[in-house]
Structures are given as C-alpha cells and as structure tokens.
Design a protein around this ligand. Structure first.
Ligand code: UD1
Length: 427
C-alpha cells in the first residue's frame, strides 16, 4: 500500500489548480442513467471514487468514454455517458461497499426500470450513516422497498409518481437521489427541507439542461416536474470547494501565499470567514482566489459544522489540524456525523493537544508538532494529517493513502509544486 512522506517546515508559495468536485461529479454521472441520450460532463476529477462510479455505471449498461483534459480544463477529464439500455438493475456489494454514493443509483433504476436491487452502502467509517431518508422519500413516490440479504430490494410496478416529501433531517445524498428519481416520476415532486449544497445546485442545473423543469434551485424547497422528454446535454462540474478549503488551510498552516486557480471563494464563504477570524487573508482573483498568511500568528477560533451554507463537515478535520498550531484554544463541534473525530488520536501522536467532550473537541494550540507515522482513517481525516505534517518537525509518514486517493487528485504533486517536501512511497 502506498504511503506519503512529508518533511515539515516549508512555506507553500505559488499556484494550485483546483479540480472538479468529486461530490458534484458522482450524482451528475448517475443522472446520465435517466435517458438513452448522451450526457457530456466536463471538469470531472481523476479520482478513485470516479473510477468506482464508472465501474458501477458500466455494469448497469452505461457506455462511458473519457477524453482527458480539453476545453480549458487542463487537469479535468471530459466524460461522455450514454445509457442506451439498462442491462442490470443490481448494484452489487463488491462495488457499493467501496463507495457510499453508489446508493444514488437506487432512485434512477426504480424510476426508469421499475425495479432495483442495491447493496447497502459502505464508504467512510464515520458513524452509522443510514439510508432511511432515501428509502422514506422513494416510498412517498410509490416505491415498495425491503431489505433482504444486505440489499435494498425495491419495486415500483406502476412507476414512480411525483409526491411532496419533507426531509426530517437535511441529507445531501437523499436530496440527490429523490431529485434524480423525480425527473422521471409522473407529475410534480416537491422536496421540502432539501439540502442546499452547491453540488445540489450543480445537479439541478444539469437536470434542467437535460430538459427537466426544476424550481427553487438553491433554496430548501425544490420543485421538479417529472416525466417529460429528456435530451442530450453538456454540463460542467463545479470546482471542488472541499479541496479549495483544504488547500486554503494548508497554506494558512505554513504561513504561505498561494493562488488557488479555478477555486471559487463564494463556495467556501463560511469557511473563509472562519479563516479570516483566525488571521488568514483570502481574496478573489481573476483566476480563482488567493490565500495568504504572511504577517502574524494564527488565532484559535470556534467552529461548528452545519449543512450548507454552514461550515462543512468535510473541512472539520483540516480546520482542527490548523488549530493545533493556533495561539489560544478552539472549540470544534461536529453536528453532522458521529465518530468523526478519528483524526484526533493521530494528531495527538504528532503532539497536538485535543480533548474530546461528546460532539465537541477542545483544541489547545501548541508551539510545535513533531513528525510521526500516522494512519489515515477516512478521506478527510487523512488530509488533515498531511496538513499537520507540513509544519511538523522531521518526517511524517501517512499510511493507508488509499483513503486520500478517493477524494484528492494528485495531492502530493500539487503541494510539491508549491515548495512542500512531500513524496509518495510506492508499495
Ligand atoms: C455527502 C457527501 C459527504 C459529506 C456529507 C455531508 C457525497 C458523495 N458525500 O454525504 O462528503 O460529508 O454529504 O455534507 O456527496 N442521514 C440519515 N439518513 C439518511 C441519510 C443521511 O440519517 O438516509 C444522516 C447521516 O448519517 C448524517 C446526515 O444525515 O448524519 C447527513 O448525511 P448526508 O447529507 O446524507 O451525507 P451523504 O450524502 O452521505
């Protein structure tokens, strides 16, 4: 298994190109299954999770072709997806266990084929992560769903019909599943208390480009007129706001000065405000945004994760890494996922001072971190250890890098190009 070795102490300076958002690309790829017309997606990142989704869609009968880097997306990939015929309505355990977002095929298979058998998902080991909201929403649209042998077995013999569904809790994945299903359901679907993440807006705009009428885009009430004819469409994946925020935190950690090319400050507004309070400068540029911490210390700031537009849970671990070196204390509260503090014992191995009280972690800044062998436990936790390694004295070796590869494209190359002493150790 690959490892990443980092020698701390270098400031980050230069440019980093931000990739397309994994979490936007995955549901967009699934929406290609809505019709037999091709969907062309630009700016798709090259990541293990995208490869897993290609595998999943291919075994459902989707033809996927990839064209590397064109249309100005030097590091993006254009995918053309064509679901002429669905050849299998089963999403097998072997693929779904690798990536939780696989459950997104449930709605589209039901809507198009009237049946689906989808393995219960695995994915990051952060809390229980049930799929009850996906199930309840699809049931409201007329689906019959049972669990049998670790699979969700779903049927909609008369097809899905539009319905009004109010999410009891905000869920990104369940909102996406229902939006995609609603595009083929007969009649109008109204989703209340829907997620408002930029990835949802990106999906809504793609559905609109395919010929679906979607109202309330960007609000917590989405209205989708289903059952109309769909057409071929071309759409671009938005820049990855989690990658943007992660590099902003890495730059802040090293007191560096980097332009995040292709990034969008408006997608990370809350995180940017938090970073500003901590003493970091962020400003929009013609090419993206610039992050600097050139004068002064980092200050401890409190953070609470919330659904968008709140502080994203996917940046919590990285923010904690940053706060380990701040002056003063920082209270970091995780409200979205239970068990999302698995990076804490690893940060502690590097000398961080963190105490967990239920869903909050009290981080007391320390004057220095020391390099250590550390273990990646999930996607976002792993990158927080890399951020800590950038300023730790001596070598940090990050094990189980496959977690990182699920969501960060060429991390070591991007950081090395800005001056970090970082390398991937193969095998
Ligand atoms: C998506 C993101 C993930 C991010 C998360 C929250 C993708 C591929 N992944 O995950 O990176 O951390 O949003 O921003 O886009 N829940 C239920 N029942 C359900 C579904 C969810 O109780 O049926 C709970 C979850 O356990 C969690 C909360 O709702 O506590 C939010 O989860 P959700 O927004 O659904 O996350 P994902 O879509 O899985």
């Amino acid at each position: 298994m690959d490892r990443i070795r980092i020698k701390g102490g270098r400031q980050l300076k230069g440019d980093i190109r931000i990739s397309g958002a994994k979490n936007a690309a995955l549901p967009l790829m699934v929406s290609a299954m809505l019709s037999d017309r091709p969907l062309t997606l630009h700016n798709v990142p090259r990541l293990a999770d995208i490869t897993t989704m290609i595998q999943l869609l291919t075994q459902h009968g989707v033809e996927v072709s990839a064209v590397a880097g064109e249309n100005g997306h030097a590091h993006g990939t254009t995918l053309v997806l064509k679901a002429g015929k669905i050849t299998s309505t089963t999403a097998p355990y072997d693929i779904v266990r690798k990536m939780r977002a696989s459950v997104l095929v449930l709605g589209v298979l039901l809507a198009r084929e009237g049946q689906a058998k989808v393995s219960l998902p695995g994915g990051c080991a952060i809390g229980a992560r049930p799929v009850d909201l996906h199930i309840a929403g699809l049931r409201a649209m007329g689906a019959e769903i049972d669990i049998d042998g670790g699979y969700l077995v779903a049927r909609a013999p008369k097809g899905l019909r539009g319905a009004r569904y109010t999410f009891p809790k905000v869920s990104v994945g369940a909102t996406e599943n229902l939006m995609i299903a609603a595009a083929l359901a007969k009649g109008t679907t109204v989703l209340d208390n829907a997620a408002r993440e930029p990835e949802i807006t990106n999906l809504a705009e793609c559905l609109a480009a395919m010929g679906v009428t979607v109202g309330g885009i960007g609000t917590e009430t989405l209205t989708i007129e289903g059952g109309g004819a769909l057409k071929a469409a071309t759409h671009s994946v938005i820049p990855d706001r989690i990658e943007t925020g992660t590099y902003a935190m890495a730059v802040a950690m090293t007191a560096g000065d980097v332009e995040l090319v292709g990034g969008r400050l408006d997608l990370i507004e809350t995180a940017a405000q938090t970073l500003r309070s901590a003493g970091v400068t962020l400003e929009s540029t013609a090419r993206g945004l610039r992050v600097q911490r050139t004068n002064g210390a980092l200050h401890g700031v409190d953070v609470m994760t919330e659904p968008y537009p709140g502080f994203p849970t996917d940046l919590q671990a990285q923010m904690m890494a940053l706060m380990t070196r701040a002056e003063g204390a920082s209270m970091i509260t995780e409200t979205i996922f239970e068990s999302r503090f698995m990076h804490v014992p690893e940060l502690a191995r590097m000398g961080a001072n963190v105490t967990i009280h239920h869903e909050s972690a009290l981080v007391r800044g320390v004057p220095k971190l020391r390099g250590a062998d550390v273990m990646a436990t999930d996607l976002r936790a792993s990158v927080s250890l890399a951020i800590a390694g950038l300023v730790a004295e001596g070598d940090t070796t990050l094990h189980r890098v496959y977690h990182l590869d699920r969501g960060f494209e060429r991390l070591e190359e991007k950081l090395a190009a800005c001056g970090a002493d970082i390398e991937r150790l193969k095998g």
